[in-house]
Design a protein around this ligand. Structure first.
Ligand code: ZN
Length: 385
């Protein structure tokens, strides 16, 4: 067995209605002043009001920051950290999708005042200490509540990452009821993203691909496979919502320790140039990257396929892998997601530029089970066109 390192969130608290415990937990870990990080979309759902009411009922004074945007820019993070520092809070709670959770992680670090944002970019540069930190996801996708990563937009569209175990929260509080109101297209895109996390983690060429990540990826796909379409079709399906939230967290634990690869690498330029949401970008290239990888990731996909689609157990070898890729594309279509770059109004003359940009994602491409050249990337985008 090869050596590996596996880090994850210390305490995971899962259950329908568990957000009711937020007050007592915050009081115990953070004291009587907390900083709550969320976004304007969440403010409209009533979930933020509910969280604030729960915290205040426990005698906690809440400083609310609701200015998080998708692909959060540096300035927003710095402003939030400054407000948290001035309010002298004892802890930070992130409530929302991946962007809110990513901002909350950095605020907990920067509000201490020992490190500044520019000095912590990269792997292992953030050392802490940080303030106590809880993350409460309201989408089933990013797994940010169990990943040691925050992505920040620097300048116009360039992205930088802060990667350090110090960003893992003290508690991930997972309440499926908070996801009931997610619209179908968001449920679909974030759900496919979570499936990609599990698939890419399982087949990752990373030296840190490990048995814990592979076990988590399998369990994640077993939960999410039967649940995604049901959650898309009926947002109040309690079992489907619970399975999606738990599955996306397990997939997050898997890829936090066995990193993702070419699906994400080819998805990023779509987000950068066309502001296509992360999950949808992944869905658009997913079957085409898997078909490309099938030569070298054959065994991984043969193993995984029946965990996501149990009926594929009746097929063997190449036939099973081909059906796996086809079924993933069909699932995405059944969920109502666009199926081609053309559907996204991307013109064919963009494809060489996208392929060139994908080559910059070396951090991700090194984990791909099959090496990807620029010509390969162009062929994949052409297939996805
Ligand atoms: Zn992703």
């Amino acid at each position: 067995m090869s050596p590996f390192v596996f880090n994850t969130t210390k305490s995971i608290q899962f259950g329908a209605g568990s957000v009711a415990r937020l007050g007592e937990l915050a009081l115990a870990f953070m004291g009587s002043r907390v900083f709550l990080v969320t976004d304007p979309g969440m403010m409209a759902t009533g979930i933020v009001d509910r969280a604030v009411t729960i915290l205040e009922a426990a005698g906690i004074e809440v400083t609310l920051f609701s200015e998080v945007q998708a692909d959060p820019p540096e300035a927003v993070i710095q402003t939030a950290a400054e407000i948290a520092r001035l309010a002298d809070v004892g802890g930070v709670i992130g409530l929302g999708g991946g962007s809110s959770l990513d901002v909350a992680k950095l605020v907990a670090l920067l509000a201490v005042g020992k490190e500044d944002l520019k000095s912590v970019y990269g792997v292992g540069n953030a050392k802490g200490p940080r303030l106590p930190l809880f993350l409460v996801p309201t989408t089933s996708g990013t797994g940010s509540e169990v990943t040691p990563i925050s992505i920040v937009t620097t300048g116009a569209s360039e992205k930088m990452g802060v990667v350090s175990p110090v960003l893992l929260p003290d508690i991930a509080l997972l309440d499926p009821e908070l996801t009931y109101g997610l619209p179908p297209h968001v449920t679909a895109a974030t759900g496919i993203d979570a499936m990609v996390h599990a698939i890419e983690a399982y087949a990752s060429a990373s030296a840190n691909n490990n048995p814990l990540s592979r076990m988590l990826a399998i369990q994640a796909l077993e939960l999410m496979g039967p649940a995604l379409l049901r959650a898309v079709q009926n947002g109040d399906d309690a079992d489907a919502r619970a399975d999606m939230l738990l599955g996306s967290m397990l997939a997050g634990q898997a890829f936090a320790n066995s990193p993702v690869a070419a699906v994400h690498a080819l998805a990023y330029p779509l987000g950068g140039h066309f502001h296509i949401p992360h999950g949808l970008s992944n869905a658009l290239v997913l079957p085409h990257v898997l078909r490309f990888n099938a030569v070298t990731a054959h065994k991984a996909y043969v193993d995984l396929a029946p965990h996501l689609f149990p009926e594929l157990i009746s097929l063997e070898g190449q036939e099973r892998v081909a059906a796996f890729c086809d079924r993933l594309a069909a699932l995405s279509a059944d969920c109502g997601l666009p199926q081609s770059l053309r559907d996204m109004k991307i013109t064919e003359d963009w494809l060489p530029k996208l392929a060139k940009d994908a080559m910059n994602q070396t951090r991700l491409l090194v984990n791909n089970p099959r090496p990807v050249t620029e010509a390969d990337a162009l062929a994949i985008y052409t297939a996805a066109f």
